[in-house]
Design a protein around this ligand. Sequence first.
Ligand code: 4AD
Ligand code: MG
Length: 432
Amino acid sequence: MKFISIKEAMKKGSGKVSVRGWVHRERGSNKFKFIVLRDATDLMQCVIKKEKFDEKKFEEADKLQVECSMYITGTIKADKRAPTGFEIEVDDFTVIGWSDSFPLQADQSREFMDDNRHLALRTRKLTAVMKIRHTVFGAFHEYFRGEGFYEYQSPIFQSVQCEGGSTLFGVKYFDKKDVFLAQTWQLYAEPAIFSLEKIYTMAPSFRAEKSKTSRHLTEYWHAEMEVAWSTFKDLQDYGEGVIKHAIKRVLEKNQEELKILERDPKKLEPSLKKPFVRMTYTEALKLLKEKCKMDVPWGKDMRTIEEDKLSSLFDVFIICTHYPKEVKAFYMMEDENDPKVVLGADFIAPEGYGEIIGCSQREHDIEKLKKRLRDMGENPDEYDFYLDTRKYGSIPHGGWGMGMERLISWMCGLDNIKDAIPFPRTPLRYKP
Ligand code: 4AD
Ligand code: MG
C-alpha cells in the first residue's frame, strides 16, 4: 500500500487511493459511516458502506470517534456535497489508534483551549496559523540570505541587560546571580559585524512583561539583523523589504489558510504594493493632534492607543522615526542635527497591530554610551566586551528586531498573539 496525502489524492481525482490520517468528524446511520479524514494537507470525506463489509468490520467502523487514526483505501471521485469537493468510497480501512472522547469542541473558552493547547494544535485554525508561520520564517531566511546576510547565533544565557532591567528574567545559573535570559541578541550581535558585516537570526527572546495584553508574550521569536556600514535609511529599507517579501510569499502560498482564518488577503496587499509611510515622531504627534484630537506632549512615548489611532489613518505600515532620546534605549545614536532625538524607528503595523519592529542606528561614541549606562544605574565595567566594539575599528552600523508573532498575528488577523505561537507563554500561562 502506497499512501499519498489527501491533497495528492484530490489532484489524482479518480481511481484507487490510500490515505491516512485522523478522524476530523464522523456521523453514522445503520447503512453508512461518514468520516471526514484529516491529514497535514487537507480534509477528505470518506464513506464506509455497510453493504461492503461483514458485520464485525462494520461494527468497528461504527465505533470510530473523532481523532481516531486510520488507514483508508478506496475509490476517489469528485462530489460537490463533500466539504472539500471529493469523496472516497472506502474499500478497506485499518484503525491504527483508537481515541478517547476528544475534549475539544466548538465554542469552548479561551482558558480551556489554552489548557489543552497540545490538542488545540490539531484545530483547523491553529494548523492554518502554523502553516503561515512556516511561510513567514522561510521568507525571512530567503530574504536575508538573498541580500547577502550570514545567519548567526547569539547566547540565550546573558550576563547583561539591553532593553531595561524591568523585563529581565533572571535564571539560576549554578551559584551565579547575574545571569539572564536574552531579551535581544543585540549586544552579542554587534561584535560579530566586524567579521561578518551583515548578519541575521531568528531566535527566542524573553521578556518578563507583566502586562497581560493581546500583544505580549514572555517568550517570543525575535527576528534580528545587524549591519556594518549602514545608514539609518538602509535599516528601514531592509525592514520594509523583508516584510514585503513575507507578505508576497504568504499571498502566493497560503490563500487556503487565509480563507480558513477568514482573513481578507486584501488587507495585506497595500503593504506589499505601496511604500510604507515614513514620518518622524514629531510629525506623528502633529497628525494625532490634527486628525485624532489626541494631545501627546512632546517627549512622551507613544502609547498603544496612540499607535493604534495613528495606524488607523493608513492602510500600510508606518515607520516612525526620530524619537526623543529619553524614551529610547541607551544604544541609539543621537541625531547630529538635533541631539534631543535619536536615529531610532518603530514600525507600526496596520489595523492596530502595534509595534512590530524596533530599529536604530547605533551610538558609536563610547563616552556617551558609558554615560547613558550609568544614568540607567548600570555599571559600564560589566559591558566591557560590548564597549570594545567601539575601541577597535568602530564603524557606523545599526540593526533592528522584529517580533515574529506580532507580524504573524497581523498577517492572520488574530485577535490574540497567543495563537501565533504553538505553546504561548504569558505571565499566567506556562503550562502545558
Ligand atoms: O523594540 P525592542 O525592545 O528592540 C530590541 O530588542 C532591539 N535590541 C532589537 C535590535 O535592534 N536588534 O524589541 C523588538 C521587537 C518589538 O518591536 C516587538 O515586535 C517585539 O520585539 N517584542 C515582543 N513581541 C512579543 N512579546 C513581547 N513581550 C515583545 N517585546 C518586544
Ligand atoms: Mg521597541
